[in-house]
Each structure stands twice: as C-alpha cells, then as structure tokens.
Design a protein around this ligand. Structure first.
Ligand SMILES: Nc1ncnc2c1ncn2[C@@H]1O[C@H](COP(=O)(O)OP(=O)(O)O)[C@@H](O)[C@H]1O
Ligand SMILES: Cc1ncc(C[n+]2csc(CCOP(=O)(O)OP(=O)(O)O)c2C)c(N)n1
Ligand SMILES: [Mg+2]
Length: 316
C-alpha cells in the first residue's frame, strides 16, 4: 500500500461542514456568520507522550482528545481537524485502529477531518483543531479577578498515577485502580460541553495538560493575579485521596489530566452546580484568586505544601 492508498482508505471521510475536505492542496472552511475561528495544534511523540506499545485505537483517540481539550478550554465548538502523521512503515492494522479511535471520537463531537500530511519517519502525530465561537465569547487565560473561586472539573492525578506505575515509580496499586487510571491516561475525555457552558460564567480558563499548579500559573500570569489551592480540596481517585500527602505531586502537578481549570465569581456557584449536573461532570472548588502573583498549594492546616515541580516541562 502506498501513501495515497493509505490516505484514501483510512483517512478520507465525508466532510459536509467544510467547503472542501481531503484531496486538494488545501481544505476550504467557512465559519458561521458572527463566529470567530479558533485554531490550536498539539503534537504527540513516541516515547515522550506515549509508549511504543500503546494500542492504536487509544492513540487515535488521544491525539484528537488533547486537541478537543484546547477547544473546550476556549469555550469553542470544535468543527474541523488536520492530521499530520509520520509513520515508520505502512501497517494496515495499525492505521485502521488509529483511524477508528480518531473518527469515533470525532463523530461524538461533530468534528470533520479536512486534511493532513503523511510522511515516513519516527512515529509522530500532530493534530490541528479548528473550532468556532461567537465573536468576543471565547474563554481566555486572562480575566481572573481577586476574589474569584478557582474550580477544576473531573478528577486529577489518575493519568499520572498510571504513568508512574508504568515507570515503576509507584508500586502496590490495586489492579482495578490501575485499570481505571490507565483509561484516564490513554482515553482522556475532553470537556467540550463544559467549555461551552462556561462561556458566560467563567472569568478565565485553561485545560490541565502539564499539571494543575504549573498550568494555573499561566492563568495567574495572564491575569496579573495570584492564587492559592487547597490540597485537601483537589478531586482525585479515592485510592489517591487516601494517600493525599504521599502522592500530592501526582495530584497537583502530575499532568495528562485534560480537565478544565477555571475561575468564576462566588456569585456563580449556583449556576455552576447546574452546569455540573447538565454536563454530567463533577466540578470542585479548589482555591481562590488573590491580588499579587504566583501560586501556593496549602495543606489542611493552611501551611504551604512544598512541591519539587509544578508541572511537566519538556526541557526541564
Ligand atoms: N513553536 C511554537 N511557535 C509558536 N507558538 C507556539 C509554539 N509552541 C507553542 N506555542 C504557543 O504557545 C502557547 C502555549 O503553548 P502550550 O503550552 O503548548 O499550550 P497548551 O497547553 O494549551 O497546548 C500557545 O499559544 C501555543 O500556540
Ligand atoms: C511515555 C510518556 N512519558 C511521559 C508522559 C507524561 N507527559 C508527557 S507530555 C506531558 C504534558 C502534556 O504534553 P504537552 O506536549 O506539554 O501538551 P500541551 O501542554 O502542549 O497540551 C506529560 C504529562 C506520557 N504521557 N507518556
Ligand atoms: Mg500545546
């Protein structure tokens, strides 16, 4: 099978939301009147973002999910994607599995693959995601205000626990806990519906990919404020919650969570309870925005909890 057969067989699907999809030198898209185009790209590299033996269906899912998560963080509705692939060889079963993981998730969120690029090389995946939101409605990292509550969706630290087990850094995790956490590492659920619902409620938002404390610093820096987080308030797996002090680094700075962290005024608490129910996702109030700068993680006695690292850094 050559390059073009691979593209035709596995990566060419109908694209009714696009003016022109796969097959020409560029795709043509048209956003809805009154909407702005939102664009983001994320890359996944073997050995850095995933293990060589991960199943291709999971990889197809995750490559798109981490990008959908960026649209969610902006409060944008995802619509179109581009897929750039470097593959060491043509492996039909692998390509079919990858395409299944990718397109199953794409279908759930109404996203169309409108183009991409395929080359031979060390396994690397890059998805560009495009979405739309009414002009002026996007959620940004700037906008957090002193007095805001800090919130996070879902549970933190589960993917990081699975990774730590795989790397032999944490032992004695029961198999059922590990299975649940592996699913979180390999098949993150992008919080797209939540992002849309937060447009009119949140002051600032981002998705947690590198680790909560590190990512929160981006909101604080962009907004010119400080913030504190309560370790005891961080939502996590019951197994981790029972070992909160020991595994604080996984929970507060582990990464690969793909949850939304956002700030909102206290007056929004009731609305947020409704949004949590409507989106079927837990929302936890984990801290507050203050005047000043920088983050602080507090233990249950209100003392600073030391962390070696606040999040994942590719070059640290
Ligand atoms: N090589 C690059 N060239 C230009 N902009 C970049 C590059 N790498 C990252 N960025 C931009 O830097 C910002 C932060 O990127 P990143 O930390 O990857 O965000 P995220 O966690 O949302 O993926 C984004 O606006 C991203 O587009
Ligand atoms: C094999 C493997 N090693 C390490 C990790 C952990 N890890 C790799 S990159 C990363 C942070 C997120 O990736 P990045 O490229 O920074 O995404 P972005 O912030 O741009 O969305 C984490 C937690 C992993 N998931 N798999
Ligand atoms: Mg990125």
């Amino acid at each position: 099978m050559n390059e073009f057969e691979l593209i035709r067989r596995h990566f060419t699907r109908a694209t009714p939301q696009a003016v022109l999809g796969v097959g020409d030198d560029a795709a043509i898209i048209q956003v809805a009147p009154g909407c702005a185009l939102h664009v983001s790209v994320d890359m996944l590299v073997q050995g850095r973002h995933f293990f060589a033996d991960v199943d291709p269906v999971s990889l197809g899912h995750k490559a798109l999910a981490v990008n959908l998560s960026d649209m969610a963080a902006m409060g944008a509705a995802p619509r179109w994607a581009l897929l750039a692939l470097a593959l060491p060889q043509v492996d039909e079963a692998w390509a079919a599995g990858f395409a299944r993981g990718f397109f199953d998730l794409a279908a759930r969120f109404g996203v169309e693959l409108v183009g991409g690029d395929t080359t031979c090389g060390p396994l690397t995946l890059s998805v560009t995601i495009m979405g739309e939101a009414p002009q002026g409605m996007a959620l940004r990292r700037s906008g957090a205000q002193p007095g805001d509550d800090i919130w996070v969706s879902g549970r933190l630290g589960e993917a990081a626990l699975a990774l730590a087990c795989r790397l032999g850094r944490v032992k004695d995790v029961p198999q059922d806990v590990l299975d649940e956490c592996l699913l979180r590492l390999e098949r993150p659920e992008p919080r797209v519906g939540l992002g849309l619902a937060l447009r009119t409620v949140a002051h600032a938002a981002l998705d947690v990919s590198d680790g909560l404390m590190g990512d929160l610093e981006h909101i604080l820096a962009a907004s010119g404020v400080g913030g504190e987080i309560e370790l005891e308030a961080l939502p996590t797996h019951p197994w981790l919650a029972a070992r909160r002090g020991e595994h604080a680094a996984l929970i507060a700075a582990g990464g690969d969570d793909y949850e939304l962290c956002f700030t909102a005024p206290a007056s929004a608490r009731e609305a947020l309870a409704g949004i949590a129910a409507q989106c079927d996702v837990a929302l936890s109030r984990i801290g507050r925005i203050k005047a000043g700068s920088g983050t602080c993680l507090l233990d249950k006695d209100g003392r600073a909890f030391p962390l070696d690292k606040k999040g994942y850094d590719h070059f640290a």
